[in-house]
Design a protein around this ligand. Structure first.
Ligand SMILES: Nc1nc2c(ncn2[C@@H]2O[C@H](COP(=O)(O)OP(=O)(O)OP(=O)(O)O)[C@@H](O)[C@H]2O)c(=O)[nH]1
Length: 377
């Protein structure tokens, strides 16, 4: 027995999850970018320590920082590849944050000592590293906390050992600064993730609205029974054709089609069968037309076909082809019907009403002279 599929999460939860993933990706991308500027920080530390400490201590710290830096970049590149599955990859991001904080924190136990000025400068470097990283970690505030904790704990290692008097105050001050920054950042981070969630919800709402709008305008332009363009769309199409015909002197024709004795179909076979005949008629006509031709439902059992770029004789041929297609086989089982067709070709000065009136006159003539025929205006 196959397991039932998991139900989709409610929209609010889905947006929250997506926002978390987006925040994760933002953090990974931002960290990659920021880590590229890290060598500048090393250069600063090397310049500050220069001739004040033993080169071996500086090289040890640089080696440690470089190793951690390469590891972080490799992990981040992998995270970019495997995608934003926060649940599965969050541990790796935290590991990057801890490594990032630890190598900066190691500045204190490895490089500080009796030189008060240097100690203060190194403490300032740590503050700078935190401040530079803070905005990058905003979308994943836990990673920022991990970075700060690692930096702080490693820096604390220098307290019991060789720190000069007064250095403890600097490290404590640094700790206070970290605590305050973490506290303020928590609130900012919450707002950022909430902003992301709202952005996603808005995007989904916009997509839903434009879908609904497209469906509504499609509905407003379509005849519900046959699926053909309705009278409103026909008017728009005719106006467009008229504008083109006037501009380019390119003729077009309209065919008015009216099913013969349709009332009898309804009376004999019922209204439902009448509807089926109308649907079958629409399909039959459409199957006969070119892609550029349009058949619209004019109203009731009357239809109008617009034939762009088609004049007189060719329009008459098209009408005849449609008439034969309808008469050739029943449109619904055992309900044979025929159609009468009036043809009119656009003439300079015609507006839509004049053109349709001439096609209607021709249709009336076709009806009057026996039906099941095509008459040109
Ligand atoms: N089933 C169905 N019938 C419709 C629909 N719209 C219009 N009709 C029917 O179409 C019939 C049109 O009848 P008439 O205008 O008398 O025309 P006719 O019977 O086709 O006769 P001629 O046009 O003179 O050949 C009416 O009975 C309308 O009720 C529709 O959507 N569905």
């Amino acid at each position: 027995m196959s397991a039932a599929p998991l139900p989709a999460p409610p929209p609010a939860l889905a947006f929250a999850m997506e926002a978390q993933q987006g925040a994760f990706v933002q953090c990974v991308t931002g960290l990659q970018r920021t880590l590229r500027t890290t060598p500048l920080g090393w250069a600063l530390v090397a310049w500050l320590c220069g001739d004040r400490i033993a080169p071996v201590a500086l090289l040890t710290w640089l080696g440690l920082a470089f190793t951690g830096w390469v590891a972080c970049l490799l992990v981040l590149a992998r995270l970019r590849r495997v995608g934003p599955d926060v649940q599965r990859h969050n541990g790796w991001l935290l590991a990057v944050a801890v490594t990032d904080g630890a190598w900066w924190g190691a500045v204190m136990p490895l490089l500080s000592g009796d030189d008060m000025a240097l100690n203060a400068l190194l403490a300032a470097v740590l503050c700078g590293a935190m401040a530079v990283n803070a905005p990058v970690y905003v979308p994943r505030i836990r990673a920022f906390h991990a970075m700060c904790a690692a930096m702080w704990l490693v820096a604390l290692c220098s307290l019991p050992g060789h720190l000069a008097p007064g250095m403890a105050d600097i490290v404590m001050g640094l700790g206070l600064f970290m605590g305050l920054l973490c506290f303020v950042m928590r609130d900012i981070a919450r707002r950022v993730v909430e902003g992301l969630r709202l952005q996603l919800a808005n995007a989904a709402l916009t997509a839903q609205l434009s879908e609904a709008l497209a469906a509504a305008s499609q509905q407003a332009a379509t005849d519900g029974l046959t699926g053909l363009p309705n009278r409103r769309s026909l008017d728009q199409l005719l106006n467009a054709q008229l504008a083109m015909a006037q501009r380019e002197a390119r003729p077009f024709s309209v065919l008015m089609l009216d099913l013969d004795h349709f009332k009898a179909v309804n009376d004999t076979h019922g209204h439902a069968m009448g509807d089926a005949v109308l649907r079958g008629f629409a399909q039959r006509i459409q199957a006969q037309l070119r892609r550029s031709d349009v058949c619209a439902r004019y109203g009731g059992e009357e239809f109008c076909v617009v034939l762009p770029g088609t004049a007189d004789a060719l329009a008459l041929d098209a009408g005849e082809r449609l008439r034969r297609a309808v008469a050739g086989a029943p449109l619904a089982p055992n309900v044979p019907v025929t159609v009468s067709v009036g043809v009119a070709t656009w003439r300079a000065g015609d507006d839509a009403a004049a053109l349709l009136a001439r096609a209607d006159d021709a249709l009336y003539t076709a009806k009057r002279t026996g039906r099941d025929r095509v008459v040109a205006a």
